[in-house]
Design a protein around this ligand. Structure first.
Ligand code: F6P
Length: 465
């Protein structure tokens, strides 16, 4: 297929392509990326001669030619080193990311970042204009591309455009701090359908739209300039089959046993799995754990915490500071409560393959998911999907989107350290049979509302717009 002339009926645009480079010695090859979005779209896109994905390869510089990986058509888009700093690290991750996560870290506003953000969004829009067939469906993803729906609409009125925001939409009072608030809302209103993870985010989005444009929204429908934009709630799920298939593998089960033994077979293993990000509340849970040990409410002989902190956005302001603080706390807990050869916290600042994570989920008695704000949090759902025997306790922040669906988790407010300590203590002491009804009910949700179902729901609603 000549990708220079081919026109696609379904185009996905996202900051990253659905593939990553895997190095084997000196040789690199592309493989599909792990994660909810890729699993969700794989059934729609793989081996579909009418579908392509536009995005950045993750390496700054000129874009490569379009290529295919396991049936996924990829159309790389170039991001220069300068744009990486201004567009990705700057506006996307130091302006939008903190602002949209309740400004828990102070957002910065710089005109040079905004200019780069606009120009990268324009490049995406112009690329899709060239690639999309007449009347094609275009699905745009996430906070890196908020302007793109509006830009695309101006250039191609024939397209059906969907936009999904994977992170929270903040309260109107916070949103209106944004110097370019009107431009961003105009960008969103280029879409026929705007999807959000929770009803709170959808309400916030509608309120911001009416405040900025003066248009009265009727429910979640916005009539503007002879067109209509619908706002809807579409909580993303996980690839539950993939997790369940891994759990069924003898090697994964054996690895779970091996990990527990390597920890000294403690009676309770607690687990945290996060990108190392200031939104994730890793320090909060570390402080709660330290206090519980200091107060003698948990015993360092019986209770071990594994904290996986996947390296992330290390050049972005705020990330180095959170790493220093987490590592200081880990050192503090281990220095005070560990014994020779037996740390109480096993901290790994490394990425892990999904099979290793699933072995950990399968083995962990208590899962700690304590973000200060999170769009969804798929780790919480992966833990639940891994609990094939219906045991285990999920301690889950009310400020994660997942808390809207996983109502029988041990819900906590991460700002309330005493409440968090009580929840952890009670989770550690809960018997296996006591956990079962709550876990069964969460499993029903996670195994039914999967990533694939999410994509089907969004796309079928978009088709009716
Ligand atoms: O949660 C938002 C998100 O963009 C995810 O879609 C993605 O997996 C994660 O953050 C990592 O982000 P980055 O692309 O900056 O590494």
């Amino acid at each position: 297929m000549n990708s220079n002339t081919h026109r696609w009926k379904f185009v996905v645009a996202a900051n990253r392509l659905p593939v990553r480079r895997l190095w084997q010695g000196q040789q690199a090859k592309w493989v599909p990326s792990p994660g909810g979005l890729v699993s969700a779209l794989q059934p729609v896109m793989a081996d579909n001669p009418d579908a392509t994905w536009v995005g950045w390869s993750g390496v700054p510089g000129d874009a490569e030619m379009p290529f295919e990986v396991e049936g996924l058509q990829c159309h790389p888009l170039s991001i220069s080193q300068g744009e990486l700093q201004l567009f990705y690290e700057g506006f996307s991750n130091t302006t939008l990311w903190p602002l949209f996560h309740d400004a828990i870290y102070p957002p910065e506003y710089h005109r040079t970042w905004w200019d780069a953000y606009r120009s990268v969004n324009e490049r995406y829009a112009k690329t899709v204009v060239e690639l999309a067939a007449p009347g094609a469906t275009v699905w745009i993803h996430d906070y890196h591309l908020l302007l793109m729906p509006g830009m695309l609409r101006k250039l191609r009125g024939d397209l059906r455009i969907g936009f999904f925001l994977h992170i929270p939409f903040p309260a109107r009072e916070l949103y209106i701090r944004m110097p370019w608030r009107s431009e961003i809302i105009s960008g969103l209103l280029g879409a026929d359908l705007v999807g959000l993870q929770t009803s709170l985010s959808a309400d916030n989005c509608c309120r911001a739209i009416s405040r900025i444009t003066g248009i009265k929204t009727s429910g979640k429908t916005i009539h503007h300039s002879e067109r209509t934009t619908r706002v809807g709630v579409f909580p993303i799920g996980i690839d539950a089959d993939r997790v369940q298939n891994l759990i069924a593998e003898p090697t994964v089960q054996a690895r779970a046993v091996e990990i527990r033994e390597s920890l000294g077979s403690p009676s309770t293993v607690m687990l945290g799995v996060d990108r190392l990000d200031y939104t994730k509340g890793i320090e909060v849970r570390m402080r709660a754990f330290r206090e519980l040990l200091a107060e003698g409410r948990l015993s360092p002989e019986n209770c071990v915490l594994i904290q996986i902190a996947e390296p992330s956005r290390s050049q972005v302001t705020g990330y180095a500071a959170v790493r220093r603080e987490v590592e200081r706390l880990v050192g503090d807990v281990n220095g005070n409560f560990g014994v020779m050869g037996r740390p109480v916290v096993h901290y790994l600042h490394q990425s892990h393959p999904i099979s290793e994570l699933v072995a950990m989920y399968f083995m962990a008695d208590v899962m700690l998911v304590t973000p200060l704000r999170d769009g969804m949090n798929l780790v919480a759902k992966e833990y639940v999907a891994s609990r094939a025997n219906n045991t285990g306790v999920l301690v889950l922040s009310e400020f994660a989107g997942a808390a809207q669906e996983l109502r029988t988790a041990e819900l906590i407010n991460p700002h309330d350290i005493e409440g968090l300590k009580l929840a952890i203590e009670s989770a550690v002491h809960r018997s296996k049979t006591d956990c079962t009804p709550a876990m069964k009910s969460m499993r029903r949700v996670v195994l039914t509302d999967t990533a694939q179902r999410w994509a089907e729901r969004f796309l079928s609603q978009l088709e009716t717009c």
